[in-house]
Design a protein around this ligand. Structure first.
Ligand code: NAP
Length: 279
């Protein structure tokens, strides 16, 4: 599994991680085993959130006894992101996750509390050792400008944003902004949250042909594309071990410039939307 520096967290993190949204909806034991399989295959970055229902306790069970090998991320809901509310939400997440620290703590999306309040709380949590770094999610370039003006350079570890083959809006402004400021870009819903290109579709055929050449699968090709260069990371969610193993297999898949170009042509970036798409 390839790793790269996770922005201002200054830590090497696997380029392919594990999402956990809705992982609590199916068979709990199978989902726990899937996260463990993912860890065994090197997908140490585990992404969760207070919003994800029973996912945090499920993650706690999956990583029991293995905390030190995990890069654990959770998120505060905007409705809790006041100065005091952020601290309490973090402490609740730590309790549900049965850990004493998060590797990174994110604001899930922008809400009505002033950003300065949330960032001050993040810094307080960091100084207390309850979080080792903090970041944001669903931030467009102008939101990032605001966060930077409050926090200063070197503080924002990552921006977690929607990024899959059919939704490449972050390539217009968000990725360049993050590259310029040493911020990791964590692409979420890399399979389009269940809308992966069909095998017989024009784009699906391109993925299939490239996959065949590498003895890989179309999903592995997609993940390799979405994590193709710094500062990109991707966090597919799998609630079955065989899916986790397949996803982890993309972590060493290097696509040639010609292959990247063919994918780029099959799934064009499209015009810059007025606002950043999110789920
Ligand atoms: P996703 O990763 O794009 O897709 C998940 C779906 O793909 C599930 O149905 C899963 O099935 C299936 N899948 C995974 N690996 C597969 C494989 N190898 N072969 C076939 N099917 C496979 O969707 P997502 O959950 O929306 O996004 C990933 C993570 O990003 C989330 O879990 C969450 O942690 C994060 N996220 C963050 C935000 C935010 O606002 N910050 C928003 C959305 C998501 P199984 O479950 O059956 O394995």
């Amino acid at each position: 599994m390839n790793t790269r520096c996770f922005g201002n967290a200054r830590k090497d993190v696997p380029i392919i991680g594990q999402g956990t949204w809705e992982i609590d909806r199916g068979d709990r034991a199978v989902a726990i085993e899937s996260i463990r399989d993912g860890l065994d295959s090197g997908m140490a970055h585990v992404d969760t959130a207070e919003m994800y229902g029973d996912a945090e306790p499920l993650v706690a069970e999956a990583i029991a006894g293995r905390r030190d090998e995990v890069f654990l991320v959770s998120k505060v809901l905007p409705s809790n992101a006041s100065a005091k509310g952020t601290i309490s939400a973090c402490e609740r997440s730590l309790g549900r996750l049965k850990t004493d620290r998060l590797d990174c703590y994110l604001l899930h999306w922008r809400g009505s509390y002033p950003l300065a309040e949330t960032i001050a709380a993040f810094e307080e949590l960091r100084q207390a050792g309850k979080i080792l770094s903090w970041g944001v999610s669903n931030f467009d370039a102008d939101d990032l400008d605001e966060a930077l003006a409050i926090a200063g350079e070197g503080r924002i570890a990552c921006n977690q944003v929607l990024y899959h083959l059919q939704e490449r809006a972050i390539e217009h402004a968000v990725i360049p902004w993050c590259e310029a400021h040493g911020v990791a870009v964590v692409g979420y819903s890399p399979f389009g949250h269940g809308k992966f290109p069909k095998p017989g579709s024009p784009g699906g055929r391109v993925l299939h042909a490239i996959a065949e050449a590498h003895d890989a699968t179309p999903r592995q090709v997609a993940l390799a594309f979405l994590s193709r260069r710094p500062p990109l990371f991707t966090i597919p969610k799998a609630s079955r071990g065989e899916h986790a193993a397949e996803n982890a297999g993309a972590g060493l898949l290097a696509l040639s410039d010609d292959e990247l170009g063919r994918i780029d042509a099959a799934f064009p970036v499209g015009p810059k939307p007025r606002s950043l798409p999110m789920l």
